[in-house]
Write a protein that binds this ligand. Structure first.
Ligand code: ZN
Length: 278
């Protein structure tokens, strides 16, 4: 199972489970996450949802090179009414696919009317950031680090472009321009990680926080979540993301036109080598 689902009292724990690939997200995982979140949203016994990653890393991002890569596979769409990307050409295929599996899914999950807590250890990179950012709270272990290195592909950040709402604009620019890793303590200092704990206590601390929140009334939590999300959207997040999604696809199209590849010839291996400075 690429996603595990467990209920512990009032808390549903949803775990990305491809540790051998640092939980790289293929579409099979995206749809399995959607199913798990749907199940947690619908279960009256569940008040709070925790999103975790199995193994030493939370998520290395979207799957751009494991044997389980399934970008050319059809799935019944869940996030919106865009048609199937399979069998379509060029930008039409990419736009339809990413509207569904990346931006659409993330927005759908952000709207889940139950608090979601990301429990993050090790690498949380690019597409990993997206799923952490759709959660309401983030608890990170001291070894956690965050990066969005896709500018190396000529792309202005991942599809769910929350960067300038998550962190101050000048910090967002540095984060993107350099592609460098941000530590959990720096993210905590900037206010976008709620708690930093030891690796050994990450699971217990996340569950303790979830259980504490789970004592609050369900509707109160749902309305509070909506209130803060609406405030973010009034600060331009929703419309801003739409406008950046166009730039993101301009970059994919430019790459496809000039480098025969929407990722500008970069692979998981070359991206990792650049990050390691080799
Ligand atoms: Zn993209």
């Amino acid at each position: 199972m690429v996603v595990e689902y467990h209920r512990r009292g009032a808390v549903a724990v949803v775990t990305m489970n491809r540790p051998e690939y640092r939980n790289a997200q293929n579409s099979a995982m995206t749809y399995a996450l959607d199913e798990a979140f749907y199940r947690a949203a619908e279960d009256d016994e569940v008040t709070v949802i925790v999103l975790a990653g199995a193994g030493p890393h939370f998520s290395a991002g979207h799957d751009i090179g494991t044997p389980g890569r399934d970008a050319e596979r059809s799935f019944p769409r869940r996030a919106g009414l865009w048609w199937d990307h399979v069998g379509k050409a060029g930008a039409e295929s990419r736009f339809a696919r990413e509207s569904e599996v990346y931006l659409g899914m993330c927005r759908r999950w952000r709207e889940i009317p139950k608090p979601m807590i990301a429990s993050v250890q090790g690498a949380c990179i690019a597409g990993g950031l997206m799923v952490a950012w759709v959660c309401d709270l983030i608890v990170a272990s001291q070894d956690a680090f965050f990066a969005d290195p896709v500018v190396r592909m000529g792309i202005p950040g991942v599809e769910y472009f929350a960067h300038p709402w998550v962190m101050p604009p000048r910090v967002a620019k540095e984060f993107l321009f350099t592609g460098e890793r941000m530590t959990a303590s720096r993210a905590h200092e900037l206010g976008w990680v709620n708690r930093v704990v030891s690796r050994e206590t990450l699971e217990d601390e996340t569950l303790a926080l979830a259980e504490r929140i789970a004592t609050m009334p369900r509707l109160g939590l749902a309305l509070t979540k909506k209130a803060v999300n609406q405030a973010e959207d009034l600060q331009g997040m929703h419309a801003g993301m739409d406008s950046v999604f166009g730039l993101h696809h301009l970059a994919h199209a430019h790459n496809a036109e000039t480098a025969d590849d929407p990722l500008a010839g970069q692979s998981a291996r070359s991206m990792k080598a650049a990050a390691d400075g080799s």
